[in-house]
Design a binder for this molecule. Sequence first.
Ligand code: FES
Length: 74
Amino acid sequence: MGSSCHLKNSYRVVQKLEELRKTFPDISIYGSLCFGHCSEGVCVQIDGKIHKGVTEKNIEKIILEAKNESNYLQ
Ligand code: FES
C-alpha cells in the first residue's frame, strides 16, 4: 500500500496473489504500509521476511520458496 510500491504496480502483485490463492488457499493477504525499502520495491513480507523487487512475474516463485522454508505455510 506504500506510495512507492503503488507506483511500481503493486496492484498487479496483489492481483497475481489473488489468482495464486486458488492454488494455495492457505495464503492470507493483508495490505501494509511502507517497509522502508522503497527503492527496492515492490516489497512483500511473508512470515516476517521482506522480499524486495517483487513483480507479478516472480511472486509465484517467491511464494513457493517461502512455503518450502516456512513452518507455518502448508
Ligand atoms: S512504499 Fe513499498 S517499501 Fe516503501
